[in-house]
Design a protein around this ligand. Structure first.
Ligand code: BG6
Length: 479
């Protein structure tokens, strides 16, 4: 270890993945089907995510289902964890597939084979002193809960989630200290299929179920925080937000106010509830305008107040630029989170605008609003990689992207922000959540698998593997 750097001692360097995007083994070990198992690969995925009327059925004649194989982590976790250890990971963010533990979601007894699998994974991590950070729900609730109960719209799902959470907390209490509740909880306003487990049938009908589902997740999250603190006194539980700072396109006060409103709605609403423990005042007007009436049970608001999180974890991929008046052409030209094109920014091959300064802004905004520790648990560049004739993969574009974002975190720390760690997304190539592609690669480790599902699954170290190894070794001191 070098002399002191901007990054505090014990900074949690590592990488992040999610069960449904890496494990595969979709029908092994008594696992039940989950949401990701019925999502097709390729451009059809974005279509089903955005078009009303998704039917939750598998149609192998018509589609491929890349999450069924993932990258076969289910069978190769030992090799993969050894590679993480070789990079010097202090931490590894992963998720537990709820449908491995409760295949249907509503049964009373958990599935021992599923529990035993994660025991093996945690034990393997412990061998290398890698601290797990575990997401309880990352875009994959059991499909039965979607079909039978309508996903998170149903209050009953809170009870099933509570049961699942209690089982995993008790089982892994000596192995896992850091927990996250719902991955990118606020993404439910964009993609309810993945985060909330229901498909919108008609655009105008989405408001009530979306916010009713959020309420159920807030209650479920508060229950999880309370249970974790009780079962594992030294545990720390975080919420998980997709954060995209919203810039006004220009200094027109109309646009500044619009950007502020959009940011509050997208970036702050869920955090306000989960960190401050109450619904923010600004949401009342929105509820009124969209005729939203949340059904609550007695005690819900007290529970939400008692079950606030210990820290905020966030994903950061892009900022968003907003103008109140937009032409039809401009809408959606910005990037995945909306907005208009920012003339100062370049974009990835998938149109995601690259903005390292936005990460510094995000961290400052979040810390200024909540003053709790922050953990950047996702960030990275989805890019096409090429294998050279000598077998090397020279992903300098990824190195540059990550270097600039790590630098931005360092600057935020100098600004006074408390940052616990950094786990870039897809530390090993995996199935893309939004497109189901393998060719949208994020990893330090290449996986030989293509969009058609062909390949040897062999793992290869990219140039960024060695670069990140050095970053960790020097605690970010030699960017
Ligand atoms: C986040 C998700 O939205 O971004 C991940 O938490 C996802 O699951 C990541 O994979 C990158 O998005 P994509 O669509 O490029 O896989």
């Amino acid at each position: 270890m070098t002399e002191t750097t901007i990054f505090p001692e014990g900074f949690l360097w590592g990488g992040a993945t999610a069960a449904n995007q890496i494990e595969g083994g979709f029908n092994e070990g008594n696992k039940g089907l989950n949401i990701a198992d019925v999502l097709p690969g390729g451009k059809e995925r974005l279509e089903v995510l955005n078009k009303p009327g998704f039917n939750w059925e598998i149609d192998k004649e018509k589609y491929r289902y890349p999450n069924h194989l993932g990258i076969d982590f289910y069978h190769r976790y030992r090799e993969d964890i050894a590679l993480f250890a070789e990079m010097g990971f202090k931490t590894y963010r992963m998720s537990i597939a709820w449908s491995r533990i409760f295949p249907d979601g509503d049964e009373h007894e958990p599935n021992e084979e599923g529990l035993a699998f994660y025991d093996r994974v945690f034990d393997e991590l412990a061998k290398y002193d890698i601290e797990p950070v575990v997401t309880l729900s990352h875009y994959e609730m059991p499909l039965n809960l979607v079909k039978k109960y309508g996903g998170w719209r149903s209050r009953e799902v809170v009870t099933f989630f509570e049961r699942y959470v209690n089982v995993v907390l008790n089982r892994y209490k000596d192995k896992v200290k850091y927990w996250l509740t719902f991955n990118e909880i606020n993404s439910g306003v964009m993609m309810p299929i993945m985060g909330l487990g229901f498909a919108v049938q008609k655009e105008e009908d989405k408001y009530q179920p979306t916010f009713q589902s959020f309420h159920h997740q807030f209650v479920a999250s508060a229950l999880a925080v309370k249970a974790a603190h009780q079962i594992i006194p030294e545990s720390q539980v975080g919420c998980m937000l997709i954060y995209a700072p919203v810039y006004a396109y220009d200094s027109n006060p109309e646009n500044v106010m619009y950007a502020l409103e959009e940011s509050r709605f997208f970036n702050n609403f869920c955090g306000d509830v989960q960190v401050r423990g109450k619904y923010p005042a600004f949401i009342n007007r929105y509820f009124k305008e969209h005729d939203i009436n949340i059904e609550m049970e007695d005690g819900d608001l007290e529970l939400i107040e008692q079950g606030t999180v210990d820290f905020i974890s966030l994903s950061y991929y892009m900022s968003r630029t907003e103008r109140k008046e937009k032409t039809a052409d401009e809408i959606g030209q910005g990037n995945m989170v909306g907005g208009v094109k920012n003339p100062f920014l370049k974009a990835s091959d998938w149109g995601w605008e690259i903005d390292p300064m936005g990460l510094r802004i995000a961290l400052n905004e979040l810390y200024g609003r909540y003053e709790v520790p922050l953990f950047v648990v996702e960030n990275g560049l989805g890019a096409y990689d090429k294998i050279e004739e000598d077998g090397s993969i020279n992903d300098d574009y990824r190195i540059e992207y990550l270097r600039e974002h790590i630098d931005a975190i360092g600057k935020a720390i100098e600004d006074g922000v408390e940052v616990m760690g950094y786990t870039p997304w897809g530390c090993i190539d995996l199935v893309s959540a939004s497109t189901g592609q393998m060719s949208k690669r994020y990893g330090f480790i290449y996986v030989d698998l293509n969009d058609e599902g062909n390949g040897t699954l062999e793992r290869k170290r990219k140039k960024s593997f060695y670069w990140y190894q050095h970053i960790i070794k020097t605690n970010g001191g030699e960017l």
